[in-house]
Design a protein around this ligand. Structure first.
Ligand code: PEP
Ligand code: MN
Length: 342
């Protein structure tokens, strides 16, 4: 619900509207506009509450009109929060004019492999180091990650290199432990609607990197973000990583690049693209990464490996050090054309 005030409404009238909204159990959001001020009610009200609030607001002087908003999500919506959100991680601003590049292996495999990954990420000029310690694998017989040991390696390598880190957390009871070892909590595509996990991640104030489910609609995706936001954690980054493909003969998933401007129109949250899982094929990663930059994404997450052939997971989509450095050089050349820098 949005309350539009009359031109020249007084501060006293604005305060009264806010008070009425608070009395109905919602926190008002004052949104100064170009000519007139609006007050948002970013809460999902029951039918009864809505009618009662509308009636009460109708009696307040200075109110021009009360409109219902169309989006089911509130806190994630640009309608309520027109200004783009920036999530800052150890000095790296995601959602700014810097195109943020996250690189690193699918899985942390050993100290040596992860340290070499960090060195290639750093020397290419990328910003954030990724690496999975807990791996959501399709088969229980596939490599499940080094788990707790992997978290320790991530923390150690981050301390040694100064790179901020991101790693996946798969269950609510692991949020605290993962957050103690890494800078950004990744919620994987398969967990996008793990509601207890979203709630726990929302209680932790750590930045949350939320991957879109393989068949999630935009509304479902933003409502998942809403779960995290509704717990008081404003640091949410959205990630498009490809949708369930009907033709998997050529690519692993269908990378939905059109969702970048769609999300940026509907939401104020930063949007990152993962062209690695989006295509599943190393040679398609660079073209899609460059397309993501041009499409207006705030960054990319790319899987890299010091020796992709030897990778324990997702080797076929990992860039080697030469390919990764070449991609960053290309992105650096393209970025100024679209008003970004690396
Ligand atoms: C990953 O980032 O390694 C991963 C498992 O991604 P997704 O959840 O998008 O499949
Ligand atoms: Mn992977």
């Amino acid at each position: 619900m949005i309350v539009v005030m009359q031109l020249g409404a007084s501060q006293g009238q604005i305060d009264t509207v806010c008070e009425v909204i608070r009395r109905h159990g919602a926190e008002p959001l004052v949104m100064p506009g170009e000519d007139r001020l609006a007050i948002g009610v970013p809460a999902a009200l029951s039918q009864d509450q809505r009618v009662s609030l509308e009636t009460a607001l109708g009696l307040v002087e200075g109110v021009s009109k009360v409109t219902q908003t169309s989006s089911p999500y509130k806190l994630a919506s640009r309608e309520f929060y027109p200004e783009s959100t920036q999530v800052t991680v150890k000095g790296v601003q995601i959602g700014s004019d810097t195109f943020v590049v996250m690189g690193g292996p699918c899985s942390v495999e050993s100290y040596e492999q992860f340290r070499a990954s960090a060195d290639m990420v750093k020397s290419a000029g990328a910003h954030i180091l990724r690496g999975g310690a807990f791996k959501p694998r399709t088969s229980p017989y596939s490599f499940q990650g080094l788990q707790q040991e992997g978290l320790k390696i991530i923390k150690q390598v981050s301390e040694e290199t100064g790179l901020p880190t991101i790693s996946e957390v798969m269950s609510a009871d692991m949020v605290e432990s993962v957050a103690a070892h890494v800078d950004i909590l990744q919620i994987g595509a398969r967990s996008m609607q793990n509601f207890p996990l979203l709630i726990e991640a929302g209680k932790s104030m750590a930045p949350v990197f939320l991957k879109r489910g393989p068949s999630a609609t935009v509304d479902e995706f933003l409502l998942a973000a809403e779960y995290v936001l509704s717990q008081g954690n404003p640091n949410v980054i959205l990630c498009e990583r490809g949708l369930m493909a009907f033709d998997r003969a050529y690519t692993r998933n269908i990378l939905d690049l059109a969702v970048v401007p769609v999300l940026q129109e509907s939401s104020h949250l930063p949007v990152v693209v993962d062209p690695s899982h989006g295509t599943g094929v190393a040679r398609y990663v660079a073209p899609m990464a460059k397309a993501a930059l041009v499409a207006g994404a705030d960054g990319i997450m790319v899987e890299t490996h010091p020796d992709p052939k030897a990778a324990l997971s997702d080797g076929s989509q990992a860039l080697d050090p030469t390919q990764f450095a070449a991609l960053l050089a290309d992105l650096r050349r393209i970025a100024p054309v679209v008003g970004k820098r690396l």
